[in-house]
Design a protein around this ligand. Sequence first.
Ligand code: IPE
Ligand code: IPE
Ligand code: MG
Length: 241
Amino acid sequence: MDFPPEIRPDAIPRHIAVIMDGNGRWAKSQGWQRIKGHRAGADAVTRCVEACGDLGVEFLTLYAFSTENWQRPKSEVAALMTLLERFLIEQRSRMMADNVRLQAIGRLADLPQSCQDELQGCIEATRENTGVTMILALSYGAREEMVDGIRRLLREVGEGRLAEAAITPEEVSKHLYTWSYPDPDLLIRTSGEMRLSNFLLWQCSYAEIVILQKLWPDFQKEDLYGSVREYQRRQRRFGGL
Ligand code: IPE
Ligand code: IPE
Ligand code: MG
């Protein structure tokens, strides 16, 4: 395909993070069950990954299920887990064809065993792929991530493997689930909500935030391009002048 117009190829965000919100409202607005919105949301994921591939984005982190989402009705949680498993099975060949590398962050051990197995299978199969790295945030909470990181830091200090004075912001970053990825440059949230909902609180310190009014199932490739255009209009100062 041609490179989308009015996007500078030399200023593409390396890492885009997305809070995929609004599936339930999308379904309700059509008089359907919420799960239908989640199904449509899975197709939007495919479009989003493709659009990132078009632009040469290196990392795409997708907030798919939060630690707080476990509080939803059992039936919705079960349906989401089934959908996740089906998504992984169906998408595996597409990920291979599109050179996508799959990764995951979160308390993955909380997921049903069958989901964990599919996830690990997909991660293994796509490990050598060199295109977009798609990172699924599953049973993810930024505070839980920080707690897990703090516990590891304390253990290392306790065992004398790390000096307390050596705990710097860089060292903390190395103890998060995202230790091997750069921080997000651009954070997109759909459905108009202006909050982080416990997503990448540490890593998004200097992310540019774009809020889209659209509900996630309506997300098109053009919405990703438009968000990158908006990002390229921003002046990132990082506290300097
Ligand atoms: C986002 O859509 C998907 C998940 C949180 C799993 P929602 O399910 O939050 O949809 P709304 O926000 O209720 O419309
Ligand atoms: C954030 O959406 C979590 C995901 C998109 C997975 P929520 O719908 O759970 O967030 P709140 O409840 O509106 O803050
Ligand atoms: Mg929501």
